[in-house]
Ligand binder design. Sequence first.
Ligand SMILES: [Zn+2]
Ligand SMILES: [Zn+2]
Length: 297
Amino acid sequence: MSGKRIKNVIRWAVIIFAALLFLAVMGFRGWRKRTFQDFRIPETVQVDDSTYCFQDVTALMHLLVGKDSALVIDTGFGLVNLKEAVNRLTDRPVKVINTHGHFDHTHGNWQFGGTMVSYKDLETISRHDDAAYLYDNFLGNPFMKLLIGKKAVERVCNQPKAEYRPLPESMSLDLGGGRIIRLYEIPGHTPGSIALLDVKNHRLYTGDMFCSGGVLLQLPESTDVETYLQSVRYTKQICQENGVKEIFPSHPECPLPVSVLDDFEAAALRYLHHERSEKEIENKTSAYGSAKLNVKR
Ligand SMILES: [Zn+2]
Ligand SMILES: [Zn+2]
């Protein structure tokens, strides 16, 4: 090929690449605007005829409808109009419970009346409700600004404050029509982390305690790994006693087979038995199979 021809090919390749990049950036900006800046109604994923799942950025929220009342489990970042999505699916009175006190599961609470959360996470919530703390620690970084847009970041940071009622240590909630929801305390990711069992449907909602992307135990409010291990074993026992085959975390992937609990148990044991590799110690992680724990040291 002559030199002139090569130059021509390169020029066209650069033009085509620039055009594709421009279209991708414009598409991404449009998607972000539609998705996060307009307080849109989230898409509904139907789990069964009375159970629904919604997504807010990376956080999952569930709606469980009974004959007399309904339960919302977690309310996401507050970037989507969850209340309207719920109203379209049920006219029953709605209760809201947070699986734990992190802002990516509590920041949509203001759309509803009072929210129930473990009193052990109230300190975490008050920190996450502080706009400056939220901006400095989570949302002010360039990645979040790029992902959800500057306006949306500001909106989440300045969300109206929600009202909280502390959850009892154990509880059975009767939604009517035989749909009973049982609460269990499973501290680890936060001291107030809970699991909610949909008894009739054999499903367990587990917040951020067993996520496929990894579990954060390195946060200031996280418990030690011994406590986390006890919670893993307690969760396994709950699943065995109630015929639970799948758990429902508050981040994708969801649901997960109950067998992942064995991997989380093994990852915790590797940490406690000093069996981690050099790399894991350096990265402050402990992993086994599909489970990864991020630990304090
Ligand atoms: Zn969390
Ligand atoms: Zn989370």
